[in-house]
Design a protein around this ligand. Structure first.
Ligand code: PBG
Length: 330
């Protein structure tokens, strides 16, 4: 025993106590870097409960305003809104109506809590009766016709008071069109958070249940990007920055940490990651069964997303995380 080599370096020295570990911790998750997604329903009688997303509800505009107030008090200073219109149609009119569900929710939230950052998802899939993110022509999604409606949607949301609009339809040129439309209408201060590297992912399943936006035919693979491609993600991000995005996003998060890391290294713009509905539901389902500890898993995964390089994280766990922080260490 005596002649076995003794370690020359002892990394355990800095792991000895909680205070030492805290001194050298490289990554933190702060509540003010989290964005809570909120579903806002237009029909007051529509179902509140989303079975596949326990703890997340379809809110009325008024409820969204008080929820945002609570979030603000907990230190979560941003929300992103998704609208559930009372009626759907082929072109998703509800997305760009002056008094659409999201537009009204933005107004209600801004009136109650003007300091909380309000982001709005710019897409048509929650509003179209066929469930696609754009306009359908001859069984295909018409890129340029869709972009026009997306630009109208963004302007109507900016007019309602959104701080950042977030185009998520994955149409080519959508960021440039949204930027130009905002500028033309006098909203040069409204920012663009681009869903730049948005993958065609099975992790969106629970969201589509929540928004009743499963495509009625085909799938989203002709516009959302192939999960197998890494370089293409970087091209998408580069293009969105060129088109004027203020913040670029990678989505989903956990299965795409390599893309987040590479984007962090290649681009200097603020980088967001979206930990999507399926990521939330997987954790909830396992935690409900007592198979994993929810709080620890959430802290670990959010840390991983931040460590990979995301500046801000969109997560359905934002409120829970902030509440745990407030309660102190478990
Ligand atoms: C709209 C949109 C979707 C999500 C965000 N914006 C649905 C989709 O693309 O099918 C998914 C978010 C989530 O799963 O939490 N296009």
């Amino acid at each position: 025993m005596a002649d076995l080599p003794r370690p020359r370096y002892r990394l355990r020295r800095l792991r000895r106590t909680a205070a030492l570990r805290a001194l050298v911790r490289e990554t933190s998750v702060d509540t003010d870097r989290l964005v809570q997604p909120l579903f806002v329903r237009e029909d007051p009688r529509a179902d509140r409960v989303i079975p596949s997303m326990p703890g997340i509800f379809r809110l009325t505009a008024r409820e969204a305003a008080s929820e945002t107030e609570e979030l603000g008090a907990l230190g979560v200073s941003a929300v992103i809104l998704f609208g559930l219109p009372a009626e759907k149609d082929p072109i998703g009119r509800g997305a760009f109506e002056e008094h659409g569900v999201v537009q009204e929710a933005v107004r209600a939230i801004k009136e109650a809590t003007p300091d909380v950052v309000v982001m709005t998802d710019v897409c048509l899939c929650e509003y179209t009766d066929h469930g696609h993110c754009g306009v359908v022509r001859d069984g295909r999604i018409d890129n340029d016709a869709s972009v026009e409606l997306l630009a109208r949607t963004a302007v109507s949301q900016a007019r309602a008071g959104a701080d950042l609009v977030a185009p998520s339809a994955m149409m080519d040129g959508q960021v440039a069109a949204v930027r130009a439309a905002l500028d033309r209408e006098g909203f040069e201060e409204t920012g663009v958070l681009a869903y730049a590297a948005k993958h065609a992912s099975a992790f969106y399943g629970p969201f589509r249940e929540a928004a009743d936006s499963v495509p009625r035919f085909g799938d989203r693979r002709t516009y959302q990007k192939d999960p197998a491609n890494f370089r293409e993600s970087l091209r998408e991000i580069a293009l969105d920055l060129e088109e004027g995005a203020d913040i670029v996003m990678v989505k989903p998060a956990l299965a795409y940490l390599d893309v987040i890391r590479a984007a962090r290294e290649r681009f200097d713009a603020p980088l967001a990651a979206y930990s999507v509905s399926g990521e939330y539901s997987l954790i909830k389902a396992a935690a409900e069964r007592g198979w994993v500890d929810e709080r620890s898993i959430v802290e670990e995964t959010l840390t991983a997303i931040r460590r990979a390089g995301a500046d801000l994280v969109l997560t359905y766990h934002a409120k829970a995380f902030a509440t745990w922080q407030r309660e102190g260490r478990a």
